[in-house]
Design a protein. Structure first.
Length: 475
């Protein structure tokens, strides 16, 4: 969401993470929640890139996937624009390739499966990245690759497309750019799959398939599309891996593998960890049913909280989402949800109603954050500090109270995907405003979050649950 406040009132800048084409990326700490974030800043003095940077914001806002970096919020003033994103502590994939020289097949398959999953979602959403390379994938943590999550970043060159329309802007990085991008005839989203093939080749042997001392020399080799599997470097690598590389580095974009085809490749299926059978419980179904019956303010708050959870808190839900998303397009349909419940021998007669209740933006499918908001257990969102992180999103002027105007602004935003009329927002405020002063303070907000749907009192009294604890200072 776009925050109308002043960036420095909300965040304290820390260490430099790196520099990109459109600005520096730094670590920043949220003043109220103390949560670390990654912040990308652009000076408007660099006027040539302002339009591209704003396009990047719009694309990132629309991306909602476990393997795509999450944009938390953005700020803009007369001089600068800031993008506040989740912080990935594992650093660039590129650095890991440099440090290790190359990766083993299982690790490469693990990474490729996640890359392809993100690309398929992106292409299904009619977005082409156009600059995929190891530098534009981050590892969520410093743990081993086998159990890590990668995140696609840097949408500065991304473009929305219509099926059948061609793009003509020359975009990308020499080593990874597809040959058709340099052709005046134009190109389509298949260029991302070529880049993916170059990345896979590079991860397996430690160098790219098309190399040269200058960009001009590299691009000449890319245009020719000729590469080789040198015996000394590829002798230990399986033929299945080579076949996938061949399919991705197919010179013709028409015969090149799509993300969906590559996801179904035998090497990916054999080498990459498989989520296996869906592991669902009665509690999972109860969480979905409970979410569907919550008031719209609580649903909106849960979506905000879901978007701010740490990767370690999301691991189980992440795997559940992928298991239910059987066609790997990054969305869950009512049919997929029902199939998953049946596979887990769980029954509910209201699957379609539940799916509609979760689908906040009315798209007809369940997006990633919508799923997290509905499926996460109460213990993840009922803690005081977690609720406070959602409360301050609604409390935009920082006075410790949510006004009707602030409530309408958030509930009408793209962030929660639910467009409400004024009367509905007024009813929501009245229901939560227990002291009748026309505002929702934090204690009232926390009370609402800890209530079970349909009950008038929280499952555990607030003062008893938080014995000895102090609510965040509202001043």
């Amino acid at each position: 969401m776009e925050n109308s406040g002043k960036f420095t009132d909300f965040y304290k800048i820390d260490a430099l993470l790196g520099k990109g084409a459109f600005g520096a990326v730094r670590v920043a700490e949220h003043v109220s929640t103390k949560e670390p974030r990654a912040v990308k800043c652009l000076s408007k003095a660099n006027i040539r890139h302002v339009a591209a940077f704003k396009r990047e914001i719009q694309v990132m806002k629309s991306m909602d996937h476990p393997n795509i970096i999450k944009l938390r919020e953005s700020f803009e003033d007369s001089r600068q624009i800031w993008l506040v994103m989740e912080l990935c502590e594992g650093g660039e994939l590129f650095e890991h390739i440099i440090d290790l020289g190359h990766l083993n097949e299982k690790d490469v398959a693990t990474l490729m499966k996640q890359m392809l999953y993100a690309i398929m979602y992106m292409h299904t959403s009619s977005v082409c990245h156009r600059d995929l390379k190891p530098e534009n994938f981050l590892l969520s943590n410093n743990g081993p690759i086998a159990t890590n999550t990668i995140k696609m970043i840097d949408f500065g060159l991304a473009k929305r497309f219509e099926v059948g329309d061609l793009m003509h802007t020359k975009a990308g990085t020499a080593f990874y750019v597809a040959p058709e991008v340099m052709s005046p005839a134009g190109y389509c989203e298949a260029c991302d799959l070529w880049s993916c093939g170059v990345i896979m080749f590079t991860m397996l042997v430690g160098y790219p398939p098309f190399a040269g001392s200058t960009d001009k020399e590299v691009l000449r080799k890319v245009k020719a599309g000729k590469y080789s599997f040198k015996q000394e470097d590829w002798k230990e690598i399986s033929e299945d891996a080579k076949n996938l590389v061949r399919g991705l580095l197919e010179l013709s974009p028409v015969t090149r593998l799509t993300a969906e085809q590559a996801m179904q490749d035998r090497w990916i299926k054999d080498c990459a960890p498989n989520a296996g059978a869906v592991k669902l419980s009665d509690v999972f179904v109860q969480n979905l049913e409970s979410f569907s019956s919550q008031n719209k303010l609580k649903k909106a708050a849960l979506q905000i909280i879901a978007g701010q959870l740490r990767e370690s808190e999301l691991k189980e839900l992440n795997e559940t989402f992928k298991s239910l998303d059987t066609n790997s397009d990054g969305f869950i349909t009512a049919e997929e949800l029902n199939a998953g419940l049946q596979q887990a021998n769980l029954e509910t007669h209201h699957v379609e109603a539940i799916a509609r209740g979760i689908d906040a933006d009315g798209s007809g499918t369940i997006d990633y954050t919508e799923f997290l908001a509905a499926a996460m257990d109460k213990k993840l969102y009922s803690h005081r500090d977690v609720c406070w992180s959602a409360f301050i999103v609604f409390d935009q002027d920082g006075d410790g109270l949510i006004s009707l105007e602030e409530l309408k602004k958030i509930l009408d935003s793209e962030e929660v995907g639910d467009i409400l009329d004024g009367r509905c927002a007024e009813k929501i405020l009245r229901d939560a405003d227990s002291d009748g002063d026309g505002f929702i303070d934090f204690e009232e907000f926390l009370h609402m979050m800890q209530m079970d749907s349909g009950s008038e009192t929280p499952g555990t009294p607030l003062r008893e649950r938080w014995s000895g604890a102090q609510f965040p200072n509202k001043e």
